[in-house]
Design a protein around this ligand. Structure first.
Ligand code: B1M
Length: 208
């Protein structure tokens, strides 16, 4: 019976070399790559996300755990492709036009990846038509919009309208410090969440 606990501990504390070593050990023992991903890495990342939500850990801890998860998933990637394990769905994630804040957006990207999404990071200052173009190109099921400025929140409305006008089969989720559920309702987005871990949960719920 493969032991995933040591991997989880190493993941949560962001120990990149140890995560790599343990993933190699588990693969050599014959553990399926999908189990190493789901039981070892994603469960650990989800735990970090929950603790972040409860203010028990902070941005640096999330960043180092995410870095360790990336190291582990890179090793698993060829095995996952070989086994035909696909990502849950593709999500496009970006900070809206006029807005250069990306720390929260990057956390949402990590949490979405931690939840099994293939994420296309559109970056910052992303125009509505760029969201549409990327969503079409990648057949995305989620378009995530982040805004940190009250002055850029209207770009969210324009992006929602652009996604609807293009007739895309994608749910639009929004968030960022000044954003609220009331604003989400007002602009007709599909969902709002206050933090990165909830954004990943919301995205999973919306595509379920
Ligand atoms: Co700026 N900035 N900033 N800033 N900045 C704020 C946002 C501000 C509140 C500071 C203040 O005045 N007290 C203020 C906005 C006021 C307002 O509009 N109400 C402000 C301003 C005014 C500005 C400038 C206009 C300043 C100027 O030049 N005069 C300028 C604008 C530049 C631009 O974007 N065009 C500016 C610039 C900058 C820096 C470049 C210096 C830097 C950004 C660096 C970077 O991101 N790479 C910066 C920073 C760091 C901040 C503060 C200090 C921190 C923001 C942050 O990263 N928080 C911020 C003040 C503050 O919040 N204390 C401030 C940490 C991050 C983890 O939180 O992004 O909220 P947050 O993300 C959270 C949630 O909101 C949520 O999940 C995350 C984690 O759980 N979330 C989502 C985020 N996106 C989501 C999407 C989702 C779901 C959840 O679904 C898709």
């Amino acid at each position: 019976m493969p032991d995933y606990d040591a991997l989880k501990v190493a993941m949560k504390s962001g120990k990149v070399p140890e995560v790599r070593r343990l993933v190699e050990v588990l693969l050599a023992e014959g553990a399926p790559a999908a189990n190493i991903l789901n039981v070892g890495l994603l469960e650990a990342m989800s735990e970090v996300g929950q603790r972040f939500k409860m203010n028990e850990v902070f941005v640096p801890e999330v960043l180092i755990a995410a870095r360790a998860m990336k190291a582990g998933t890179e090793l698993l990637k060829p095995h996952l492709i070989e086994a035909g394990v696909m990502a849950v769905a593709t999500a496009i994630m970006g900070t809206v036009k006029g807005d250069l804040h990306d720390i929260g957006k990057n956390l949402v990207v990590m949490m979405l990846e931690g939840a099994g999404f293939a994420v296309v990071d559109a970056g910052v200052d992303v125009a509505p038509e760029k969201f549409v173009e990327l969503a079409k190109q990648h057949d995305a099921k989620i378009v995530g919009l982040s805004a940190l400025l009250t002055t850029t929140m209207p770009s969210m409305k324009t992006a929602v309208e652009a996604v609807r006008a293009a007739g895309l089969d994608a749910k639009v989720i929004i968030g960022g410090a000044p954003v609220t559920q009331a604003y989400c309702d007002a602009i007709g987005a599909d969902g709002y969440s206050a933090d990165a871990a909830s954004a990943a949960e919301l995205a999973k719920r919306l595509i379920a």
